[in-house]
Design a protein. Sequence first.
Length: 296
Amino acid sequence: MNHHHGTQADVTVLGLGAMGTALARSLLAAGRRVAIWNRTPGRADDLVEAGAWSAAEAADAVSSADLILICVSDYEAVRGVLAPIEDLLAGQDVVNLTSGSSADARSLSAWVEKQGARYLDGAILAAPAEIGGTDTAILFSGSREAYEARRPELGTLAGRAGHLGVDPGLAAIHDVANLAIMWSVLNGFLHGAAVLKRAGVRAEDFLPIARGGIATTAGWLDAYAAQIDAGKHPGDDSTMATHVAAMEHLLEETVGAGVDTSVPAGFKALGDRAIAAGLADQGYTALVDLLLADQG
């Protein structure tokens, strides 16, 4: 511990945007002693009323606890906050909840560890209002020792906190992998709704069928995950050729309705490449080999 100005805290929160504020509030609600700091003062008043100690300088905040949560705009801002106080980081656990890439996380982790601190990167799969909830998920990667040591605090932020592995980049990659699913489902729903709108059908009336389609598809994932991991793609339920024929129907219907073809044309382009690559008799998961093929 360095100069702590008579204030001892359990956790320091650096950055009081919507998310940082929610993190601090959740820790206070769980009975933790919280030190807070924000680059622009004035965001702290409500938290101070709730029992937080507001530090004038980041150095004072960091010196008052050995667990530091940082949640700012980007990794450049993280460096901007931590670099001037790097000599105070030895022996600390630094938990970075700022969004960024896996490369950002790995590089920051190496820098933090060089200062003698342990590093955890976290991806928050929730809105600020959901912080502290039992169903809220925050994915952590990096130092397993830091995660195990800090589980009580991290668990107060998210009932579904989890550690993905020691590679600090894993949280960021899981975060974007999840986004790939989100936009795929949303774009599919929007596209279906657009084609139906041309036929005078309301999106609300499409809902029961859309929900059923999403549930059916989700039901295939267990078997498909096993196929991807095994590198075997049997076309038992449906072959690539069958899928691509159906993609052609979707594309025709879209063109006929005068609706933008971006979504189905994207499906069809991948499907056509799969057929050209000789995957016609394989199952749909064989597409993963195409996605992993040398991009050089």
